[in-house]
Design a protein around this ligand. Structure first.
Ligand code: FMN
Ligand code: SF4
Length: 404
């Protein structure tokens, strides 16, 4: 079963559980938290849900000191993702429980929830209700996130919380050592906090009973593109991708040309490559892919992978903060070259430029934006190698008005 959206203890409550009474009926009261929460999270094997799947327990352990700061990152700058907005809309108290538990275990002195403007009213109402009812004394400061793809990057979030621009900055020192105003800062995705809330209640063994042995738990997934059922579901790690596409997203497999996993900084995978693969770091690593923040975007048969990628690369180039060389000089050139490739104009030179600039930008920015863009481009050039050949020959049926 792909999408046990309404399991007991699902992150996404069947109905909106945004009043405390309903939330308590669904999940029960919070136990008293102590420092052992950090051990429980370490033992649970929880991996972060902001995209990079870093072990959450290790991040929590790296925070110490009485002046530490906690940030719940709900910016969700990725256009193909809506899981964080849906989570804040449906289960805001679970996120706030995770924040309260973590703040108490780590003795954080300041807590922030960085959320998109459309979620602010819901989040503020929930924070007020908790304070009024005495449910929790954690003072959570709610901040509206800036728009834009890079605004959710950790150092951009820290800068915005400090009152600066929501742009990534050079991070020679880790946020866990010197983040907000030089204080140790823990930045976790809002979904990660919701998992922590359930681990605090049910324990690490319960968490380990879901998902796979090496990657336990569940993840929120956003389906988009050529699917019958776009939207957000909760799936166990290790769910069959074919099953997710068919039973979750409602597609017929022959209608799938390729799937973009992990969003604009993710990778394309052909339908054929996904046969027998499951939603986990381990399984997807075999095809050079990863689940990222749970984005599953389907490209239909008869669509040109190069055209789709050209649009994404242009978007990524436009969204760069333009602060570092690779973004300022490299990404616009990559977007131009990819656009030429996609429309079949001067294709050989475009291919040479794509290879050159992909190499030049990779790993050279202050943040991972150029790396993510390079990853998307490399996967497109490999998965859509047939399209590249047809565009070179000038015989792409799609661009002649037909379908393939
Ligand atoms: C360009 C870029 C954009 C990002 N945007 C987001 C975002 O919108 N939300 C998010 O939680 N993490 C985002 N991240 C990842 C964060 O930097 C950070 O790693 C994450 O919030 C940590 O949470 P986790 O440990 O729970 O995964 C982004 C990273 C990059 C490089
Ligand atoms: S690499 Fe790009 S997005 Fe990242 S900080 Fe530099 S200019 Fe900004």
């Amino acid at each position: 079963m792909t999408a046990p959206t309404y399991l007991a203890d699902s992150l996404l409550a069947q109905d909106r559980s945004n009043d405390l009474r309903r939330h308590t009926e669904l999940y029960g009261a919070r136990p008293a938290t102590d420092e052992s929460l950090v051990d429980a999270v370490v033992r649970s094997g929880l991996l972060g849900h902001g995209g990079a799947a870093f072990p959450t327990g290790a991040k929590m352990r790296s925070i110490s000191g009485r002046t530490s700061v906690l940030i719940a990152n709900g910016a969700e700058g990725e256009p193909l993702s809506s899981k964080d907005r849906v989570l804040l809309d449906r289960s805001v108290h679970l996120v706030l429980d995770g924040i309260a538990a973590t703040a108490s275990a780590l003795r954080c002195s300041d807590c922030y929830l960085y959320a998109p403007p459309e979620s602010i009213a819901t989040v503020r109402a929930a924070v007020d209700e908790r304070r009024r009812s005495g449910w929790d004394r954690t003072a959570v400061q709610v901040r509206a996130s800036a728009s834009g793809f890079v605004s959710g990057e950790k150092s951009a979030v820290i800068s915005a919380i400090e009152g600066g621009p929501a742009l990534p900055r050079d991070k020679k020192i880790s946020a866990s050592v010197a983040g907000v105003r030089g204080r140790p800062t823990l930045v976790l995705n809002v979904e990660t906090f919701a998992h922590i809330a359930l681990i605090e209640r049910r324990g690490p063994q319960w968490f380990l009973s879901r998902g796979t042995e090496s990657e336990p738990g569940t993840m929120l997934v956003t389906y988009s593109g050529a699917v019958r059922r776009p939207g957000v579901v909760e799936a166990p790690l290790g769910a069959s991708i074919e099953d997710m596409l068919v039973r979750g997203a409602g597609v017929e497999l022959p209608s799938v040309r390729a799937v973009l996993l992990g969003g604009f900084h993710g990778t394309w995978a052909s339908r054929h490559a996904l046969i027998g693969r499951v939603m986990s770091q381990e399984s997807l690593a075999h095809i050079g892919s990863r689940p990222g923040a749970g984005i599953v975007h389907v490209l239909g048969a008869g669509s040109c992978g190069l055209t789709a990628t050209a649009e994404f690369v242009r978007y990524l180039a436009d969204e760069s903060a333009g602060q570092c060389g690779p973004c300022l000089n490299g990404l616009p050139r990559l977007a131009d070259a990819f656009s030429r490739l996609s429309i079949g104009q001067d294709v050989d030179a475009a291919i040479t430029d794509i290879a050159r600039y992909t190499r030049l930008v990779d790993g050279r920015g202050a943040c991972h934006h150029p790396d993510g863009t390079a990853r998307l481009i490399r996967s497109a050039m490999s998965v859509f190698a047939d399209d590249v050949r047809l565009h070179r020959l000038g015989s792409c049926e799609i661009h002649r008005g037909g379908t393939r």
